[in-house]
Design a protein around this ligand. Structure first.
Ligand code: ATP
Ligand code: MG
Length: 638
């Protein structure tokens, strides 16, 4: 299978694949290099990605975005409280397990899907797009997530990948993936030895919904993330909101209404505000036109860049803390920094760039900032795969939270602390005389993982336990073992030719059984059930698509034949009776197509009608072609 790297964005996602030629961004079904991260539901099928976005304005309640903000979160989580305002058009549901679900009208029924399922639908869609485009099997995936994602959120993303039929090889931090891109594409990094100082780069990723800054130290073939800061709720959508609010106020004042009551009106103004904001990144002023905001009112206004900058001025202050926290955690000052690399769409806002330049340092954009995360993720996925060869590139990240572990005696200690590098493995030595559990908790004192250790000898033994902060930011226990020393006799022949026995020792490792469970990961049974459901939904979507295609093919062919007959183009190649028969068939099919029956029929029906017609039309087409070929041959012979 071809290694797949996914930049799972809140606004749009980017898909990259590692092949032997290199790492490529894969275009979607309408040839775009990024795909809207939305899922929508209709009467017959789902609308995912581009299709979901284009139907969103007419299908508001049944379309959902911001998926990465709800996956793995509890309904009562304080972060969700902040996010709720971005879901005000959707019907939110608290699920039995405390997680977030959304209710939709789908196939004329009310159905609820969990955040994990919705993300899985999107991942499945991305998998199919890549498979269609590259004709490769897509199975292994590395998914990029924000550095601040908790272990719970990482487990949920893994589950979503599994439900989509993917194998989540790694969950990688977005900025780290971008850093890896930088590290593998830059040719001029410092030599990798003790004496040469590293190049310290700050990456600033301001996307649609969140902002992360990390300090990374580069040498040839190596990157160490030294510090990370973030604002989970700061991004382009805050700028959109500032601009939208401005126009909502203007609209309400002008027409003496309150359009906030009308979700469609707000959606239209928001979409236009998003576009306007982007235009103002390249222009000094731009018009703002929205047709039929509500009650058939068309709204026209304009905004200058200067006015936009006034609207968003308070937001700019929020750039400070994460960037400064990243430096602090890295133990560096801005003087130690080689450059500030911008990634993420929102960092294109000129005043935002200027703010960073004025307060910190000149910014640069030497990476393809929209694609660096996906490409880095694909590279990392390929590194873990034996099938695609990539250069070696080492990298470490830093943990954003403490990991507290209890080794079966009821006492939790921080085995890994916030700010320490990972992946990292620690060897713990403990005496045990019975089976026990290793339990890990997060900073919020919630149990994240339980490892059951069985096979401990009753007579007591000194155990060696390897605990690992693994490359996906999760805790694992790769190995638990004890050593026994065995004595044995070895026979040898001495100089006199006599046999002598000597006692020697050899140590032997016995590995114990470790089984892992997490309250945050779905059980095998649940995963199997949801995977089967996703397969069913995607097969049903595929059938709807094929039916539509069959219908279009029939419709096109009807018009094609009508045109050929009425223009007399086929007259020389068919008898009166044949043309009459064809016309009758075509007319009947046309009538049927626009009747209630034909509007919504099964795929086989459209195919059958098409074949009925082509039996005649192909015959005539064939004769025409033959005559033409004979004519050209005759010409050549002359
Ligand atoms: P996140 O990283 O939060 O998950 P994302 O990865 O989907 O989101 P990006 O694609 O990096 O986000 O950026 C999208 C944001 O950038 C949107 O808010 C979009 O409006 C904004 N944006 C994109 N291009 C421009 C531009 N030229 N000027 C201003 N803003 C822009
Ligand atoms: Mg992003």
């Amino acid at each position: 299978s071809a290694p797949f790297g996914l930049d799972f964005g809140n606004d749009t996602s980017v898909f990259a694949v590692a092949r032997n030629r290199g790492i490529d961004v894969i275009v979607n079904d309408v040839s775009n290099r990024s795909t809207p991260s939305v899922v929508g539901f209709g009467q017959k099928n789902r609308f995912i990605g581009e299709n979901g976005k284009s139907k969103e304005s007419s299908n508001i309640k049944n379309t959902v975005g911001n998926l990465k903000r709800i996956i793995g979160l509890n309904y009562d989580d304080i972060d969700f409280e902040v996010e709720k305002k971005f879901f005000n058009k959707n019907k939110l549901v608290k699920l039995d397990d405390g997680k977030i679900g959304i209710q939709f009208r789908f196939k004329n029924e009310n159905v609820t899907f969990s955040a994990v399922q919705l993300a899985a639908m999107y991942l499945d869609h991305s998998k199919q797009i890549i498979a269609n485009e590259t004709k490769l099997v897509i199975k292994d995936v590395t998914i990029a997530v924000p550095s601040w994602y908790t272990q719970e959120q990482r487990y949920a993303v893994q589950d979503a990948a599994k439900i989509a039929g993917l194998n989540p090889v790694r969950i990688i931090n977005e900025i780290t993936a971008a850093g890896v891109s930088y590290g593998i594409f830059k040719q001029d990094l410092p030599a990798n030895n003790e004496e040469t100082p590293a190049r310290n780069v700050i990456f600033v990723d301001i996307g649609h919904s969140s902002y992360t800054a990390s300090v990374a130290a580069f040498k040839t073939g190596e990157m160490k993330i030294l510090g990370t800061g973030f604002d989970k709720h700061f991004g382009g959508r805050d700028f959109d909101k500032a601009v939208t609010d401005h126009f909502i106020n203007e609209f309400n004042a002008k027409y003496k209404v309150d359009c906030r009551e009308n979700p469609k009106a707000v959606y239209r103004l928001l979409s236009a505000a998003q576009k306007l904001k982007k235009v103002l990144s390249a222009n000094q002023a731009a018009p703002f036109n929205v047709e039929s905001v509500m009650d058939d009112i068309d709204f026209s206004s304009q905004l200058t860049r200067e006015e936009l900058e006034e609207l968003v001025a308070p937001l700019l202050q929020r750039i400070r803390t994460p960037l400064e926290n990243a430096l602090k955690q890295a133990n560096l000052t801005i003087e130690d920094i080689h450059s500030i690399e911008l990634i993420g769409g929102a960092s294109r806002v000129p005043c935002l760039k200027d703010f960073i330049t004025e307060n910190y340092k000149e910014t640069s954009r030497t990476l393809n900032s929209d694609e660096a995360i996906a490409k880095g993720a694909a590279f990392i996925c390929a590194s873990a795969s034996p099938l695609v060869r990539v250069r070696a590139f080492k990298y470490t990240d830093v943990l954003t939270g403490d990991v507290n572990i209890d080794f079966g005696d009821g006492e939790f200690n921080p085995v890994f602390t916030a700010g320490s590098p990972y992946p990292s493995t620690k060897l713990i030595t403990l005496n045990k005389d019975a089976d026990f559990k290793i339990t890990s908790k997060n900073g919020k004192n919630e149990v994240v993982s339980v490892f059951d250790i069985t096979g401990v000898p009753k007579e007591g033994v000194e155990l060696k336990i390897k605990v690992r902060a693994d490359p996906s930011g999760l805790v694992s226990v790769p190995e638990v073992y004890y050593e026994t020393v065995e004595e044995y006799e070895e026979e040898d022949v001495d100089e006199q030719g006599e046999t002598v026995k000597t006692t020697k020792t050899k140590s032997h490792q016995t590995k114990l059984n470790v089984t892992h469970t997490s309250p945050y990961a779905l059980s095998e049974e649940k995963l199997a059930e949801l995977t089967a459901l996703e397969l069913e939904l995607s097969a049903s979507d595929a059938l709807v698509k094929q039916t539509e295609d069959a219908k279009n093919t029939l419709e096109e062919h009807i018009y094609y034949c009508k045109d050929k007959v009425s223009s007399d183009e086929w007259k020389p190649f068919a008898s009166e009776a044949e043309l009459k028969k064809l016309s009758d068939l075509v007319n009947a099919a046309e009538e049927w197509l626009y009747s209630e029956d034909g509007e919504d029929a099964k795929k086989a029906k459209y195919v059958a009608k098409y074949e009925d017609i082509t039996r005649y039309s192909n015959l005539i087409k064939g004769r025409k072609k033959q005559q033409e070929q004979e004519a050209t041959l005759a010409k050549k012979e002359k």
